[in-house]
Design a protein around this ligand. Structure first.
Ligand SMILES: NC(=O)c1ccc[n+]([C@@H]2O[C@H](COP(=O)([O-])OP(=O)(O)OC[C@H]3O[C@@H](n4cnc5c(N)ncnc54)[C@H](OP(=O)(O)O)[C@@H]3O)[C@@H](O)[C@H]2O)c1
Length: 303
């Protein structure tokens, strides 16, 4: 197996290439400098010359709010760019893995979204572009994986955890949204699953985030969580690592509703719960719990 990975300078692509290298699987990591996915000629040349069995497509336009004002560039990258890759995968008859998002759904209700649910109704420009990318992949490529993830954090990039740890350095009171519910995804853990998957022929749609095992004795909120719960646990674990500046006495975290928090450019889903039971049904090992992921992540980064 040899695979080309797009978005190697981003959070997920970086960890996918590392995971492949760790396992002795040949990886060709590319980003915009090596292969601008919006350039069909470059895409064809780079993928063909790489002589790979699969493409793991992690590159994307990921600025959710900015996308509302930059629909054209967002679609160019997420739809046309994905199409350029899908066409080459089809022509070469190789596998394609496309990383998508819970934003393809309307975020209503409380039921976790099933990976094979087709009731798509994105709430924002970014979500629509990722859905259109999915449609391009599923219609063109025979051997496709579409893996939807949410609330991503990785070592290599900006994310919610880094933001909260930084903001707490200059604020003693924080308000965090408590009515958007889901589970985070640690790219290090996801990379292991994606590489497990790409070597199989168990194609189709999957959902993958860190697990939400319910445990009344865990000492923190378990199950699906809000951004508020997520923040509380990040700080709780930071304190356990000796960082007293994140204690409840030093920084007060209060829950607010999305409406109270105020308008963001892009509408966000309330229900980001992803049902991941299909993973085990198909013989894949699910990701560790999100609490465990935070613990390891805080050891990885400097804060
Ligand atoms: N982040 C999340 O919370 C989240 C949630 C759900 C799903 N996802 C999906 O998960 C995947 C990985 O996300 P991530 O957080 O790792 O993204 P990321 O950190 O933003 O990385 C994306 C990478 O793609 C590159 N890129 C942008 N335009 C390109 C182009 N025209 N040609 C080639 N490369 C280009 C970016 O380069 P520049 O930095 O130079 O633009 C960046 O290095 C994406 O498909 C995303 O849609 C993310």
């Amino acid at each position: 197996m040899k695979a080309l990975v797009t978005g190697v300078k981003g959070q997920l692509g970086y960890d996918v290439v590392k995971e492949m290298e760790k396992r002795g699987i040949e990886a060709v990591g590319v980003d915009i400098e090596e292969m601008d996915i919006t350039d069909p000629m470059a895409v064809k040349k780079v993928i063909t010359e790489a002589n790979v069995d699969a493409v793991i497509h992690c590159a994307a336009y990921t600025a959710v709010d900015a996308a509302e004002d930059n629909k054209e560039i967002c679609n160019k990258v997420n739809v046309d760019g994905t199409k350029n890759i899908a066409e080459v995968c089809k022509e070469l008859n190789i596998k394609m893995m496309y990383i998508s998002t819970d934003y393809v759904f309307n975020g209503q209700g409380e039921t976790p979204w099933d990976p094979d649910c087709k009731d798509y109704a994105p709430l924002n420009v970014y979500g629509q572009s990722k859905l259109d990318g999915e449609k391009v992949v599923s219609s063109l490529v025979e051997k496709f994986f579409i893996v939807r993830i949410a609330w991503v954090f990785g070592k290599n990039g900006k994310n919610f955890i880094k933001t909260m740890l930084n903001v707490a350095k200059t604020h003693d009171k924080l308000t965090v949204v408590a009515d958007q519910i889901g589970t985070p995804t640690y790219t290090y853990d996801l990379a292991r699953l994606l590489v497990d998957m790409i070597v199989t022929d168990k194609y189709g749609y999957y959902h993958a985030t860190n697990s939400e095992v319910s445990d009344e004795n865990a000492g923190c909120k378990t199950g699906y969580i809000s951004w508020f719960d997520f923040t509380k646990e990040i700080f709780r674990q930071a304190v356990l690592k000796g960082r007293d500046e994140y204690s409840e006495e030093k920084v007060e975290v209060s829950p607010v509703t999305t409406a109270e928090y105020g308008i963001s450019k892009a509408t966000r889903p309330f229900n980001s719960r992803l049902d991941k039971s299909k993973l085990e049904k198909n013989g894949f090992t699910p990701l560790p719990t999100w609490q465990d992921a935070i613990n390891r992540y805080l050891d990885e980064i400097e804060f």
